[in-house]
Design a protein around this ligand. Structure first.
Ligand SMILES: *Cc1c(COP(=O)(O)O)cnc(C)c1O
Length: 445
């Protein structure tokens, strides 16, 4: 594979963009390939190399790169009619009604422009609504590039996880290990009256993909109810992907007070949203006293694309297709791993997948979770598969980045470049794409 043009572009980019990119994860080693166009489930780079794409924009691209005709038409008509006004439009109401109709916990919604903005506003809303300051997050959870959640360490000793955030900000955030019931019970015992909310991805999707253990979300729900805190599901990745149109909360049967959305609901354009019970969402200005505002919020082109995306999914076999292929991919990788690297853990659900390069496997794989770890206590891997962000961080993360990802790239398979970020199957992928991908795994694992 020749990468001369990508290398030259990166050389130019390094002079005018910090690290040569506009989002850190894109700076793959030794230099990223620059995309010139998408084609169904594939992308073509600046040197004409073609890849089967499982990055899918890091989650938004439910249909791959060729959007269905009604989506294309909605984008074109709203772009040429505006594109935006700073005054309300009908399409915002249509989109909000769609989400409220399909996600049981959502009565009312506020659209914003990114997942980050959604979690920033949700945290502010939870604090304003409860008149409390502390937010509980999961160690290794990701909620965008925001001050309240870029926090690491232990509940007793939290620190900002990046330069540029005052040390004192971290005292309002309590990072706990995901899936650890005893830890969260202890936190509520000690700080229950100060906690505004628990902010949690229903599935850790930016940390290797870690599924919840049985009962964990129910425990969070119960503790929030008992202590007057809000349960906030960050469904920026899982929303309208896991559990279909009902989102992950319907798959798990747990009802959060607030939900943050992003990625898929903008149909490939920048978006975020905060949804929940009307009585809470109405605390946002102008109906309430929690300030929230945005020049581009509810952008008509984004709303049109997002709504057409979701309507198309409601009327076609989209989830059936992508979940079936996801299952085929995870089972195929499980078989390869059983032969070649029995210590590795295959994870994911619905159309999400990843292989975690864990360091230990069981002697016997009989009856293991072949279609991706479900945290089944009966599975022989149960004691060894990652339960927390820290478990994922302890795996062979360098091997993913420096060897495996590179080898897959050379074979024309575009995966997320580190051990932590999820990968996605789209409606454009075919069984043939999956089988070719499995051949590449066989070579690279
Ligand atoms: C991607 C993501 C975000 C941040 O969304 P941006 O649009 O990148 O700001 C927040 N939470 C989760 C769970 C995400 O996956």
């Amino acid at each position: 594979m020749n990468h001369d043009r990508s290398r030259a572009l990166y050389d130019r980019a390094l002079s005018v963009l910090a690290g040569g990119v506009n989002s850190s994860v894109r700076a793959t080693m030794p230099y990223p390939f620059f995309i010139s166009r998408g084609d169904g489930a594939h992308v073509v780079d600046a040197d004409g190399n073609r890849y089967i794409d499982y990055v899918m924009g890091y989650g938004p691209l439910l249909y791959g790169h060729d959007v269905p005709e009604p989506v294309q038409a909605a984008i074109q008509s709203h772009a040429s009619a505006g594109p935006m006004y700073g005054a309300p439009t009908e399409i915002e109401v249509d989109h909000a009604e769609f989400v409220a109709r399909h996600v049981p916990s959502v009565e009312m919604i506020r659209f914003v422009n990114s997942g980050t903005e959604a979690t920033v506003s949700a945290v502010r809303l939870a604090r304003g609504y409860t008149d409390r300051d502390k937010i509980v997050v999961m160690q290794g959870g990701y909620h965008g590039a925001q001050e309240s959640t870029l926090v690491e360490g232990t509940p007793e000793n939290p620190h900002p996880s990046t330069a540029g955030i005052p040390e004192s900000f971290a005292q309002y955030t309590i990072p706990v290990p995901f899936n650890d019931e005893a830890a969260i019970r202890e936190i509520f015992e000690k700080h229950g009256a100060e906690i505004a909310g628990v902010l949690v991805e229903p599935i850790l999707a930016n940390m290797g993909i870690v599924m919840p253990v049985d009962g964990y979300h129910e425990t969070l729900r119960e503790l929030c109810d008992d202590h007057g805190a809000l349960l906030i599901f960050d469904e920026v990745i899982t929303g309208f992907r896991v559990g279909g149109l009902g989102c992950a909360q319907s798959k798990f049967g747990v009802t959060p007070d607030l939900t943050t959305f992003g990625k898929i609901i903008g149909g490939g354009f920048p978006v975020g949203a905060i949804g929940g019970r009307a009585e809470i969402i109405e605390h946002f200005t102008p109906s309430g006293d929690v300030f929230q505002s945005g020049t581009f919020s509810g952008h008509p082109v984004t709303m049109a694309a997002g709504l057409a995306y979701l309507e198309y999914a409601a009327e076609h076999d989209v989830y059936e297709h992508i979940n079936t292929l996801g299952d085929r991919l995870r089972r195929g990788i499980s078989d390869i791993v059983a032969d070649q690297a029995p210590e590795y853990t295959v994870v994911g659900t619905d159309s999400m997948f990843k292989t975690i390069f864990t360091r230990e496997g069981p002697d016997d794989r009989d009856g293991h979770c072949a279609a991706g770890c479900t945290q089944n206590p009966e599975c022989p891997r149960y004691g060894l598969c990652p339960k927390t962000g820290a478990d994922v961080a302890r795996t062979e993360t360098d091997r993913w980045e420096r060897i495996f990802w590179q080898e897959m790239k050379e074979q024309g398979i575009f995966l997320t470049a580190n051990q932590f970020e999820s990968q996605f199957v789209s409606y454009a992928h075919t069984a043939e794409d999956v089988d070719r991908t499995l051949e590449a795994y066989k070579e690279a694992i």
